[in-house]
Design a protein around this ligand. Sequence first.
Ligand code: PEP
Ligand code: MN
Length: 357
Amino acid sequence: MEQKELSTLREQMDAINSKLLELLSERAKIAIEIGEIKEKQGVPRLDPEREKIMLERLVASNPGPLPAATVRQLFKQIFQASMELQTAEHKKHLLVSRKQQQEDTVVDVKGLAIGGGTPIMVAGPCSVESYDQVRTVAKAISAAGVKLMRGGAFKPRTSPYDFQGLGMDGLKMLREAADEFGLSTISEIVDPRHLEAALPYVDIIQIGARNMHNFELLKAVGDMRTPVVLKRGLAATMEEFVHAAEYIVSRGNTQVILIERGIRTYEKWTRNTLDISAVPLLKQETHLPVLVDVTHSTGRKDIMAPCAKAALAAGADGIMVEVHPNPAVALSDAAQQLNIEEFNRFFDDVKKSGLFK
Ligand code: PEP
Ligand code: MN
């Protein structure tokens, strides 16, 4: 008899479980809808005040026998699950998300495809210092097969007393040297007011690590249609990096390239810590091309080639490296720039790995 009762109770329990699951699923669907409305309105998904009211109501109408603390605990778990669902849905809706666009974004710069399956090399000085300096670099890197030259003209320096770059004159020198050797140019712009004037000289606008959180600058380049390389902030999480890219893409500029350039950790043997895991993560979560800057991430010439190979093996679409004719006298980043011979050795080494098609 008792055995029969037990099995009946168990059946009842199973039926309640199914009903509970059905109700929870229904609740989850509503939570997603609420999340979507909040997203459109631009209000935060988490609303602690509303959660508090819901919990108080539930505890007040608790018929027992569950203690109030258990009711709270159970519903907090349910609320948490809804939040996680809303966050996952939000990620799916990001324009940069792989879920939103399955195929890779390929950025075309004068016929050079970035993110098209063939890795690219970006090389050039940290700063443009003189016409002769950039011309020497342009000649050497183009002879090595490089198509994209970097060179900073507006330098965001830690100290206001350090070399700040040659500004517009520097951009003009970069352009002239690049044109002579059939190269395209990448240069950092730090002020939205300089964007228009810089356009004739810059094929790809760089947003530096220190400006990854400069939302007005991100919006301004988002309103343009020139390709942008966005560097990961000094201490930016993947979430923040991806959202910074979303700032640009959401304004209509889809030509965005991400660069992992190392993050600040407690490690002192390298200038920054190269986060290799960022490469497959960004490739998986977004459809944007991903480059790795081996110069600023390591700050050490002796490990740049292995780090570049690791980046390519992890799926990077290209490498960025700084090259200077005479690094010892460079006005910025003297310790970490490769001279031309070192660059050729570095590039040969990376090519020999077979990862550079
Ligand atoms: C640069 O590439 O010139 C530069 C300043 O790098 P980052 O913004 O990554 O420090
Ligand atoms: Mn530099």
